[in-house]
Design a protein around this ligand. Structure first.
Ligand SMILES: O=C(O)CCC(=O)C(=O)O
Ligand SMILES: [Fe+2]
Length: 365
């Protein structure tokens, strides 16, 4: 059926998680929207509560201390880091060593990408879940089986072990390659520090997770101002894939919220720090010592928001389960194992249907 013959709300319009009919940005640009078009409306059973508590107490982790040659300084930082991963599952990373100009040119160039005409970006329309570059919008099913489109334009690219990148805007490739390379190095150090906190041999962990050939993807999200922000979402509650996601948020723009014991808290980073989310596979590998945080993004009437997330996983062939020495210590595995590649293949269907990997993999005794 031709898209034009389908009414905005018809379920036939939503048979696939990806769509690229018109970017949210070009829709906002081409009309003076006072109301939210119904396809973005997720009001379920009388409303969508997007409120959250402001939060001053998110952990701040000093990366330079985590990698310090001074054993005392390092072990204190490692303990704090492990505490943040066990408690909030999200934290601010300071003194991370990623050059400020690199981060700002990344954000500026990604913003330029989202300003390219839709016709130009449509070459990256998601045709299959394995496409190395996907751009467009995302459909999500609610628990009451309604489907809506997220108020967000996104670009997702696989950056390792194979590197991909759109060819425009011209400097994007070089910037993304430099940035994601540095992030991988940083994440390897962080995984080493978490190994240390769990009294696991660093080399064993590197090998078990195949960090040399680790899967990495960059996900950029652009959320234009929204006429009725409380009726939609930029991103629904989700956990991130992989070990750690490193998030660069332009000017600390508001919108990200994290769930802690059933309550939503705002995550508004201070200047010059990265936001780090613990991913599902680190929770599994650590046999539950680290907690992956559930988070979501709400949108704003006045301000646009731009964020670049780099998700860092294991090698694609790794069967990710709780680390054997931890299972031995704990007397049981709290999660089932699953090949990373298989997880990746089911990821979009999972996200579309709101299914949680952790819920499926958790073993209840
Ligand atoms: O927009 C954001 O800050 C969050 C993005 C995010 O959670 C993701 O890409 O997984
Ligand atoms: Fe996320």
């Amino acid at each position: 059926m031709a898209a034009s013959a389908v009414s905005e709300n018809s379920s036939a319009d939503f048979d696939h998680p990806f769509e690229f009919k018109k970017s949210v940005q070009s829709m906002v640009d081409s009309s003076n929207l006072e109301h939210l078009p119904s396809k973005y409306n997720l009001e379920i059973g009388g409303g969508n509560d997007t409120s959250a508590t402001s939060c001053e107490s998110l952990p701040v982790i000093d990366y330079s201390a985590l990698t310090s040659a001074d054993p005392l300084r390092r072990s204190k930082a490692v303990a704090e880091f492990a505490g943040a991963c066990a408690d909030w599952g999200v934290f601010f990373l300071v003194n991370h060593g990623l050059p400020e100009e690199l981060i700002s040119s990344l954000l500026a160039t990604v913003r330029e990408f989202f300003s390219l005409p839709d016709d130009e970006k449509k070459q990256y329309e998601g045709k299959s879940t394995s496409s190395p570059i996907v751009c467009g919008n995302f459909n999500v099913k609610t628990t009451s089986n309604q489907t809506f489109t997220l108020w967000r334009d996104f670009l997702k690219i696989h950056t390792h072990p194979e590197f991909h990148c759109p060819s425009k805007p011209e400097p994007l490739r070089e910037i993304v390659e430099e940035y994601t390379g540095r992030v991988r190095k940083m994440v390897r150090e962080m995984v080493g520090a978490i190994a240390e906190s769990m009294e696991l041999d660093r080399d064993y962990v590197e090998e078990a997770l195949q960090l040399k050939s680790s899967h990495q993807k960059l996900g950029a999200s652009f959320y234009p101002p929204c006429p009725q922000p409380d009726k939609t979402l930029g991103l629904p509650p989700h956990n991130d894939t992989g070990l750690f996601t490193i998030l660069a948020i332009r000017n600390g723009e508001p919108g990200l919220q994290t769930d802690r014991q059933g309550q939503w808290f705002e995550v508004n980073p201070p200047p010059n720090c990265m936001v780090v989310n613990v991913g599902e596979h680190l929770e599994i590998f650590s046999n539950g010592r680290c907690k992956s945080d559930l988070h979501r993004v709400v949108v704003n009437r006045e301000r646009e928001r731009l964020a670049v997330a780099v998700g860092n996983g294991t090698g694609c062939d790794v069967v990710v389960g709780p680390a054997a020495p931890l299972v031995e210590r704990d007397g049981r595995a709290f999660y089932r194992s699953m090949k990373y590649q298989e997880y990746m293949e089911s990821q979009f269907t999972r996200a579309y249907n709101g299914m949680s990997l952790l819920d499926e993999q958790r073993i209840h005794y």
